[in-house]
Write a protein of this length. Sequence first.
Lengths: 433, 111
Amino acid sequence: MADAEPVETATPGGLAAAAARQVAAVAAAESYPRIVAALIRVTGDWILAEDCAQEALLLAVQRWPADGVPVNPAGWLMKVARNRAIDLLRRASVERAKLRELAVLALAEPDPAAAGPATGIVTEEVVDDRLRLVFTCCHPALSLEARVALTLRTICGVPTADIARALLVTESTMTRRLTRAKAKIEQAGIPYRVPRGPALAERLPGVLAVLYVLFTQGYNADGEPAFADEAIRLARLLERLMPGQAEVSALLALFLLQHSRRDARRDSTGRLLTLDKQDRSRWDHAAIADGIAILARIQPDLRDGPYALQARIAACHATAASPADTDWPEIARCYDELVRTQPTPVIELNRAVAHGYAHGPAAGLALLTRARIGGALDDYPHAIAAEADLTARTGDRGRAAELFRQAAAVARTEPERRALLDRAAEEGAEQPS
Amino acid sequence: MKYLMFVCTDLEPDTDKENEPGIDEWVAEHDASGRRLQGMVLAPKSTATTVRVRNGQLLVSDGPFAETKEVIVGFDLLECADLDEAIEVARAHPMARGGRLEIRPLAEFEQ
């Protein structure tokens, strides 16, 4: 390629090819959103920006194993992508102003001499670019599914085929969805900007909702685990770029606390384990400490947002040495507050469970009856299982076993069904005959 | 960018009438800022006529083409920097509460 920059080797003789490939992969993950964001800002052309970023990464994977890793991988990638963009735009004879701006992009690149060993200095302008890209991809004028897909593709750099597979649509459907979303951004004039003042508070929840969907996609029994990591990476980025935004920090803490249980959620045969049956030594205690520390940094009077409350609940579970040590009264209080702002049937159900542990099964059953008014929880396996569990604790094990079997009959996944049948057998076995 | 804003009725309007902005103030403010280029109120739905030509045949019928309960009652042509600005103009319109507003950019064709 004529527009590639000469490679400067970091170590004379070069690194081993495998190591170079790994460096390329890490640099790629870190650089991709920065390159795309910077090119979109200057050119306004999403497709061009993605193509050029992709080409730069491809070239790195091809060249670095043979030629050695450049001293400043991020700078190298940005330069190659920028040159490719200039080249393409020149051919399309775009106005001089844009080309001049692109040329300046090179001067704003991190200085390899002053930078750390692997990544460059993050200039204010570049940081802002990525944040702008997040707010554009998560604009409320786009459908939630388009926002999720666009975020994965443009900010996380996940290939379209992988997104399609994880979200259970065909690749051509996903390609169309992404194309339509990008066309809407351009044609409807969705700005490439972080909203200011009161508008920021209005728009931030929409951004966080996209991250939450991403995380849940990764965390679900049949989801794509890599998406949970992407969600955490993005939440970290937002937390760094928007210090003082309590709900951003809370969301990151929530992710870390939930994700800490990823290795303990199944037994050796793949069965899903409820919290009380998990081996707590297999929880990721570094992630828990991280989550707790982030939660503690949030100003106390700002710890009542929806994500902060969920993070506080997750923290109660994560810090309990055993199920019996769980601070259920605090969890019940958090659910009381959550229900006030989000009176959804599922939150009311969880509140009933928490009160059942904090204040006895009768209190739980009473709240469960209330949560069921309206019928949204009919045939919902978790609601029936909760009733079964509360019933078991009132001492009526026969009825509890029957309810667990009922819940198993409407379970949506096989692991869930098996776990519920196990509970039914447990309760049934201890029944006086 | 130019946006056409359709002013529509909605089956579930906001019932809170407090601090509802007045239409005259809205028009005056956005005419003065240059964001509202023009706008009209339409006569009732019962006055609408639908015209089609199929196989060379003129078909004229009474009423709007689609029989929906929500109807377009007016429109405004806006000139805004981007969608966020158009959304801010729309949110200040009284029908954002009493009905709903649909903002669509005019298609731009390259020369």
